[in-house]
Ligand binder design. Structure first.
Ligand code: G3P
Ligand code: CA
Length: 302
């Protein structure tokens, strides 16, 4: 009787275990990509929108100064103008950051270039606007490639319709930036299209991939995951769920993936994330992050 039960139990457990063993055997970690190989030492200091907390976001002014500050990478967002030129802006409209109004995709590049992209930046709740009238304009992505020819970049595709994937892929290829950029997007279909049309360029995980990995990690099944993306670029928490936990970081590293967290401006949180091994911090305040790293280097030496 007992032996019959044990045989049955063995049968029930055996099949799932066999399936798990096969899934683990066929799974592979993220294949090595030149983008990762070329990166400087970790942790990566990544200026979010070029350092939106210290300069007008997504402008050449900000991105150049972030580079001078010594960041390892810049993050920027892109849309296309009415005449199909890729411009570096976060929102679909120009209202929040410039002195204009309306949709980017309904304005030509010439029209966008008349706007003051430093107009609305303030760090004292609107008492002063130090970048107004300083000649800061909306940059094209091409101008940013020309201005920062060596800088690794996270390029976030904000515009889903009409697709800007071909225009972006063409620009990356024309400037030979295939090994220097990683593409992210909140639009799942856009990232899928990017991987199809521009397979040599690295991408980060889309929302569904993050959800899947969180579930696999909860079930201790991440060894079956073969990643298409090279990195998770994620907030520390979302929908009341803590995403960047020590176990999430460990499992992602086991699958050959990096973790870059956004948007972290508080030095205490930066310190915690470094302590659990995140690879990069995307911050509006790269100055604070750099100071923190210098302080902890001094403390380690002392
Ligand atoms: O890199 C991702 C992060 O930039 C997403 O947030 O809204 O600033 O584009 P957002
Ligand atoms: Ca972004």
């Amino acid at each position: 009787m007992v032996s019959k039960f044990l045989w049955r139990l063995g049968g029930w457990l055996g099949l799932p275990l066999l399936a798990y063993g096969i899934a683990v055997a066929v799974a592979h970690p993220a294949p090595p990509h030149p983008f990762i190989k070329k990166l400087p030492t970790l942790p990566l200091r990544i200026a979010h929108r070029g350092g939106a907390g210290i300069w007008p976001e997504n402008t050449r002014y900000a991105l150049e100064r972030a580079a001078r500050l010594g960041v390892d990478m810049v993050e920027l967002d892109t849309h296309a103008s009415a005449d199909g030129v890729l411009v570096v802006m976060h929102d679909a409209t120009v209202d929040r950051t410039t002195n204009g109004t309306g949709l980017i995709r309904q304005k030509t590049l010439a029209e966008l270039k008349t706007l003051d992209a430093g107009y609305r930046w303030t760090d004292d709740d609107g008492r002063s606007f130090p970048f107004r009238g300083q000649g800061i304009t909306v940059p094209t992505l091409e101008e940013i490639f020309q201005t920062l020819p060596q800088m690794p970049m996270i390029i976030e595709i904000k515009q889903a319709e009409p697709s800007i994937v071909d225009a972006l892929c063409g620009l990356i290829r024309r400037y030979g930036r295939q090994e220097d950029v990683i593409i992210g997007s909140f639009h799942v279909d856009v990232l899928r299209e990017m991987r199809q049309r521009c397979p040599e360029v690295a991408t980060s995980a889309h929302t569904n991939e993050v959800r899947l990995f969180l579930a696999l990690n909860f079930l201790r099944l991440t060894k079956v995951y073969s990643p298409a993306p090279l990195a998770f670029q994620v907030p520390t928490r979302q929908d009341n769920i803590e995403i960047v936990t020590p176990s999430f970081v460990r499992s992602a590293h086991e699958r050959g993936m990096q973790i870059h967290t956004w948007t972290v401006n508080d030095p205490a949180e930066m310190e915690y994330l470094l302590s659990i091994g995140v690879d990069g911090i995307i911050t509006d305040r790269p100055d604070r992050f750099m100071e923190l790293l210098v302080r902890s280097q001094k403390a380690n030496l002392g």
